[in-house]
Design a protein. Structure first.
Length: 175
């Protein structure tokens, strides 16, 4: 199998764009942190939704026993590799940026709003972070196992890993 080699021009361009992105991000925090946290949230939701969509597509292919998608199933499997990075970025957002984004994190807002007081056991940073870690952790574990089963299915053949993947896909759909 041939390996893709990045040209030096592409490497320089990629690193330049990464540096521009980091500088822009830092500049945003210096001049308008609330807006920057909001943009950070939208960006992460966008990429998480693409990842969830790809893994959902992969799971649906197993559940429906579709054979036509086997030639490109590595693409959604590769996209699912973003989950750990998404988890880290969103955990940073939950722990450091929630106060800039969510109204219910402000103590004075909760004290002056009966509805927020009623929702306080659910809407608090600790429970929000716990829920997030549980969901993203489940997605990471399930997609890693699905990927492992897929590779084993290709390596060993047979239907044993396919049936395991089909069952695990049904679990994934409901998480």
């Amino acid at each position: 199998m041939d390996k893709f080699i990045f040209s030096s021009r592409l490497k320089i361009l990629s690193l330049t764009l990464v540096v521009i992105g980091i500088v822009s991000f830092v500049f945003g925090f210096v001049y308008d942190p609330v807006r920057t946290w909001g943009n950070f949230l939208i960006n992460n939701y966008y990429f998480i939704s693409l990842t969830i969509g790809a893994t959902f597509f992969m799971a649906i292919q197993y559940i429906t026993q579709s054979g036509w998608s086997s030639m490109f199933k590595r693409i959604p499997e590769a996209i699912s590799g973003y989950f750990p990075y998404a988890g880290i970025l969103m955990l940073i957002l939950v722990l450091l940026g929630s106060h800039s984004i969510y109204h219910w994190t402000h103590e004075d807002a909760v004290n002056n709003d009966m509805l927020l007081q009623h929702k306080a056991p659910y809407l608090n940073i600790t429970f929000f972070a716990i829920r997030f870690v549980i969901f993203i952790g489940a997605w990471i574990i399930l997609t890693k196992i699905l990927r492992k089963y897929s590779l084993n299915e290709d390596k060993e053949g047979g239907l044993a890993y396919f049936h395991k993947s089909e069952f695990l896909s049904k679990v994934y759909i409901f998480t």
